[in-house]
Design a protein around this ligand. Structure first.
Ligand code: CAA
Length: 240
């Protein structure tokens, strides 16, 4: 039987590459998205991967959404918490709204999704959970006090949960990408972008597929001895 995988923010960018990599690995994949109906429809048409719209920041929406996916496809074996946003600003300009939007999506969203698949994984004694953190949760980043806090929080969350899941054959891991060639980079001013690429030892941005392969590896049935780990894929920019 194919494993059932659920990828949040799974119809664009890194999430789309993850959805496709898991499908290639044999999983039946569902991808969530927050807003872009047109892009999601196009993604489903191209890949056959089912897309579902809900906001990961909303606990009840996650509960209902997971129930819908499970009734359509079957119990979720693999959860990839990929959905994430930035609201960059130097701290003196950061508003409570900037803070809450990022915390609600990047950290509370991970709680909301994981909490709604956890009971089933415990009962069935199998689960693979991978959360996408960031190099900036490991090293900090100017103008990202909110984002860095959430991405560091995702690592602590996963380390704690790895200990709880271990006896039930649920692994909980993190992939920490560096700067990857996606839409998220479009908010960064060009001058800043040149500095960023200059600081990456391999001399280029990463590609979404390079992150997707890390995730696919950690979700395999035979990756059960790897839990609580953080796999950094950042071109050598930060050696955690
Ligand atoms: N380190 C130190 N100083 C910096 C800096 C840095 N990395 N970046 C900008 N500054 C300084 C500028 O030199 C400038 O200084 P002066 O005023 O002395 O000239 C000042 O900060 C800019 O301050 P402003 O008040 O004008 O800033 P702003 O309100 O216009 O905000 C910004 C600009 C939001 C910081 C913008 O420069 C930016 O987006 N920077 C990139 C931040 C970044 O790297 N985000 C990561 C996004 S990618 C991601 O998040 C994915 C992932 O996981 C890797």
């Amino acid at each position: 039987m194919a494993r059932i995988a659920l990828v949040t923010g799974g119809s664009r960018g890194i999430g789309a590459a993850i959805s496709k990599a898991l499908q290639e690995q044999g999983a039946q994949v569902a991808a969530t998205y927050a807003g872009n109906d047109e892009r999601a429809k196009q993604f489903t048409d191209e890949t056959g991967i089912a897309t579902y719209k809900w906001n990961v920041a909303d606990y009840d929406a996650c509960k209902d959404g997971v129930a819908r996916v499970e009734s359509d496809l079957g119990p979720v074996d693999i959860l990839v918490n990929n959905a994430g946003i930035t609201r960059d600003a130097p701290f003196h300009k950061m508003t409570p709204q900037h803070w809450h939007e990022v915390v609600d999506t990047n950290l509370t969203g991970v709680f909301n999704m994981t909490h709604n698949v956890w009971g089933g994984m415990r009962e069935r004694k199998f689960g693979r959970i991978v959360t996408i953190s960031s190099i900036n949760g490991q090293k900090g980043q100017f103008a990202q006090a909110n984002y860095a806090a959430t991405k560091a929080g995702d690592i602590g969350f996963s380390k704690a949960l790895a200990q709880e899941g271990a006896r039930a054959n649920i692994t909980v891991n993190v992939v920490a990408p560096g700067y990857i060639n996606t839409d998220m980079m479009s908010t960064i001013p060009e001058k800043v972008m040149d500095q960023i690429v200059g600081a990456i030892p391999v001399g280029r941005l990463g590609e979404a597929d390079e992150i997707a392969r890390c995730v696919a590896f950690l979700t395999r049935d035979d990756a059960g001895f790897i839990t609580g780990s953080t796999l950094s894929a950042n071109g050598g920019q930060y050696l955690a």
